[in-house]
Design a protein. Structure first.
Ligand code: GLV
Ligand code: MN
Ligand code: MN
Length: 410
């Protein structure tokens, strides 16, 4: 079974028939189906399945029982995530996992025997689409997130993370860092769909990641006073929608002024009546910049605009960070080694920066990590139009196989 069969088996899971987008949220039925797909793919290959204390899945090839402390020693791990943003594309996350299994198939077909353990990993809640905190599984695993903070998270329906985990059969009391598991990992390589169209412009099917811009999410809560839309005089209103609107435009201006990106892509108006002034508006700012100083300036300017507009309209505003990722520079030595392994098989992979977050970026704080990108001719991501041509997906598998052969072969 190769790439096409693995891909076809995963493709229908969590796909909305109306939009064509994916709704694979952590600890839902769609997520359970994705996990069952992963479990079956591991079983078909005779890989040993493990679920760590944070719900991340691992499929192990050639686990040595005599590794230190019972853990695999110096393993090469590859993989990505199976969860999606609301109405996301098919490739963001799953491409890395399908390619990982397919690369193992390719290596075995060639008779390759690894000298270090190899694992495929699927990290939980990378997008933060359900509980708001991106890279939840890898942050918990590496100790970058306090388990108590994770246990306090709730989804949009008010369901607590520990309840969602328990309903899915996990023990939420066990979540947290797992140094023993990470101590056995020598390097992590994540293959990912490109989230832009630089590779198309360069005529390359595969690229390597240079680094990740610092980025984060900030929640803005505007609280006003609900009232009748048809009878309340303009002068008497405390409408939270007004400072919210100023904040959206302020985000755009601040980003443009600092060579950054800022987006308000999620907003909730309460109670949400067409003929009433809202009592509250909640909005999420996603901001990303080439460096931390620029990011601080962008967020500071947006916050100042929100506060000034709130004061002008007699509305309360509170701002709090929900997640933050510092700038990531992937391990230069590992990247050079990947580039050399790819060049040896005739693949010239350009090095690209990215504004997107990844589990590889979180793991980079603890391990040598690297990323491979696969060309996305649409340039679109986090939407159904996200795409990679089948030939480029196979080029990605070949590239990942070359990298795994190099890293695990000596
Ligand atoms: C994840 O894809 C992110 O960058 O938000
Ligand atoms: Mn994503
Ligand atoms: Mn992703």
């Amino acid at each position: 079974m190769g790439f096409a069969e693995l891909w076809a088996a995963l493709l229908p899971i969590g796909r909305d028939a109306g939009t064509g987008g994916y709704r694979r949220y952590s600890w839902t039925d769609a997520d359970a189906d994705c996990r069952a797909w992963f479990t079956a793919a591991a079983a078909e290959r005779g890989l040993r399945l493990d679920c760590d204390r944070d719900g991340n899945l691992w499929a192990w090839w050639d686990f040595p029982p005599d590794g230190p402390g019972g853990q695999p020693a110096d393993a090469i791990v590859t993989g990505s995530h199976l969860d999606s943003v609301p109405d996301g594309g098919a490739y963001d996350g799953p491409l890395g996992i399908v390619s990982a299994f397919a690369a193992i198939d390719l290596l075995r077909d060639r008779g390759f025997v690894p000298r270090r353990p190899v694992a495929v990993a699927a990290f939980t809640e990378e997008e933060g689409a359900r509980f708001g905190l991106a890279c939840l599984g890898s942050r918990l695993l590496t100790g970058a997130l306090d388990p108590a903070a994770a246990l306090a998270l709730r989804d949009n329906a008010g369901i607590r993370l520990p309840d969602a985990m328990a309903a899915a059969g996990l023990d939420p009391a066990a979540i947290g860092p797992d140094d023993a598991a990470l101590g056995g990992v020598g390097a992590f390589v994540e293959l990912h769909i490109e989230q832009g169209s630089a590779l198309a412009g360069l005529g390359a099917a595969v690229g390597l990641a240079g680094g990740i811009w610092p980025h984060g999410r900030w929640r803005f809560d505007f609280t006003g006073r609900a009232d009748h839309a048809g009878t309340t005089r303009l002068a008497d209103r405390r409408d939270p929608m007004l400072p919210y609107a100023v904040t959206v435009l302020g985000a755009r201006q601040a980003a443009a002024g600092h060579g950054a990106l800022a987006t308000i892509g999620k907003v909730v108006a309460e109670p949400g009546a067409a003929n009433a002034i809202s009592s509250a508006v909640r909005a999420w700012l996603d901001a990303r910049a080439p460096d931390e100083a620029a990011l601080d300036r962008v967020v500071g300017e947006v916050r100042a605009r929100a506060q000034a507009a709130a004061a002008a309209h007699d509305v309360e505003v509170s701002v709090r960070p929900e997640s933050f990722t510092a700038p990531v520079s992937f391990d230069a030595g590992l990247r050079d080694r990947l580039a050399a392994a790819l060049a040896a098989t005739g693949i010239e992979a350009p090095v690209l920066p990215t504004g997107a977050g990844h589990d590889a970026g979180v793991l980079a704080g603890r391990l040598p990590t690297a990323m491979l990108f696969v060309r996305n001719p649409s340039g679109v991501s986090h939407a159904p139009a996200e795409h990679a041509e089948p030939a480029d997906c196979l080029a990605g598998v070949a590239a990942l196989a070359a990298v795994l052969a190099d890293l695990a072969g000596r």
